[in-house]
Design a protein around this ligand. Structure first.
Ligand code: FAD
Length: 411
């Protein structure tokens, strides 16, 4: 059945399309468009300016109160906007992990904190990084050793964080620090926000097996943070951090329709995910082995189709999960499930791509003979990290086995 859109919907759709025509870079979406190098100044400027334009046009921040820079819009309008942004794709949005700060502040922040930070995150003006993990506090996050000692209206922070994604791009950072050396576990931590220009703060790269250094280390040497930058109560940082982690596992993996702060980004992610299977099919169709294409090989075709089915299930579940998160009824288990299944799929896709290109997968980026400029190998290697970040998939399995299946804890 074909239904006709209402006049209001048609007007909004035309408005969003006109906005994109005017504000996307020239030749965007065509083979002639040359994207700027990842993490280059040009890429950062493009992300920041496009995010600001989206914000000014009222195409982001849905569901958040207007006094914090949010935008009230009926679900039907949000859907149209996301659909149009998703259809054209958009440059990566600025803000880094700011959306996690939004979710965390909405639950634990003071009114001043919400007014100070959320609008600048939504508009992409300030980008955020996450300083949770430490050399001996990854899966066992409660074991963080970075300390913060009160001195009047300030806290003096000392210690180190590691594996910080996009370490070089953060204008601001959130950290978990030990504020009481005697209190019991989970009650001895506090959650702080700080400006990355604060004296006593420094950072540097950590190189991954891909050859890139997308994450790094953070160092605190008598760094002073104002007390007003603490989120939640002193000693309750563990509980604040749990909100951040739920948002990270859920929000970061949710497909289109989630209704959370970075709606456009979510829509894009869904489009990209579907695109990934399409690319895989294309690759299988154009690669020949023993006189026939990989796509003609039954076993391989079944594996790709299975991946496509799982992707679609993920997409639909993502839409449902978006509703659950917004209704405030998320238990956290949904997000753990999504994180785990999506990252396992990503790893399998990377494996399939490298299997298809065969021995050429040993050629890294920069080698002129590497298929698609080495991107298949690069994404296969990067996919390993996704099963580790946001809590490893082993930890996710522990959580699900205890909380959903009711299995006993191991010793
Ligand atoms: C790409 C990437 C980006 C990241 N970005 C950030 C970031 O921006 N900010 C940040 O703070 N951190 C970040 N991390 C760190 C990430 O959160 C940690 O690497 C992760 O929590 C695991 O900690 P670990 O590396 O110390 O491993 P460990 O905790 O030492 O674990 C080692 C192995 O033991 C297993 N294991 C540990 N405990 C158990 C258990 N109880 N049951 C079963 N198995 C267990 C783990 O699954 C893993 O296989 C990132 C990591 C990666 C790979």
């Amino acid at each position: 059945m074909v239904t006709k859109e209402s006049t209001e919907t048609e007007v909004l759709r035309a408005e969003v399309r006109a906005f994109l025509d005017q504000n996307l870079p020239e030749k965007w979406g065509t083979p002639d468009y040359e994207p700027p190098e990842l993490r280059s100044d040009e890429a950062i400027t493009l992300s920041k300016s496009f995010t600001k334009k989206l914000y000014d046009a009222g195409y982001t921040g849905f569901g958040l109160p207007t006094e914090y820079g949010g935008k009230e819009r009926p679900a039907s309008e949000r859907a149209v906007i996301r659909e149009e942004l998703g259809r054209r794709g958009t440059p990566p949005l600025s803000g880094g992990l700011g959306r996690l700060v939004v979710e965390t502040l909405m639950q634990w922040g003071t009114d001043e904190q919400k007014k100070r930070y959320i609008p600048k995150i939504l508009s992409g003006e300030e980008s955020w990084i996450e300083g949770f993990s430490e050399p001996n506090a990854g899966s066992d996050l409660a074991n963080v050793q970075t300390t913060a000692v009160r001195d009047g209206d300030e806290w003096i922070v000392n210690g180190q964080k590691c594996w910080t994604s996009s370490w070089q791009l953060g204008d601001w950072c959130f950290i978990l620090s030990r504020t009481d050396l005697n209190a019991p576990r989970h009650r001895n931590l506090s959650f702080f926000l700080f400006d990355c220009n604060t004296p006593g703060f420094s950072r540097g790269p950590l190189r991954q097996m891909t050859g890139d250094a997308p994450f790094g280390e953070l160092f605190f040497d008598d760094m002073r943070v104002p007390h007003e930058n603490m989120v939640g109560e002193e000693g309750r940082g563990w509980y604040v951090a749990m909100t951040t982690l739920i948002a990270e596992r859920g929000g970061g993996q949710v497909a289109a329709g989630s209704g959370e702060a970075g709606g456009a980004a979510q829509a894009m992610r869904a489009v990209r995910t579907i695109g990934n299977v399409d690319n895989l099919i294309e690759l299988a169709k154009e690669t020949k082995r023993y006189g026939k294409t990989i796509w003609e090989d039954d076993t391989f075709r079944k594996r790709i189709v299975q991946l496509a089915i799982e992707n679609e299930a993920q997409r639909v579940y993502g839409i449902r999960l978006g509703g659950i998160i917004r209704s405030g009824k998320a238990s956290g288990n949904e997000a753990v499930m999504t994180k785990m299944t999506r990252t396992e799929q990503g790893k399998r896709r990377g494996d399939m791509e490298t299997e298809i290109i065969g021995a050429y997968s040993q050629l890294m980026r920069g080698d002129p003979r590497a298929p698609d400029e080495g991107s298949y190998t690069q994404s296969m290697l990067s996919s390993r990290g996704t099963t580790i970040f946001m809590g490893t998939n082993e930890i996710c399995r522990n959580i699900l086995s205890e909380r959903i299946l009711g299995l006993p804890r191991g010793n």
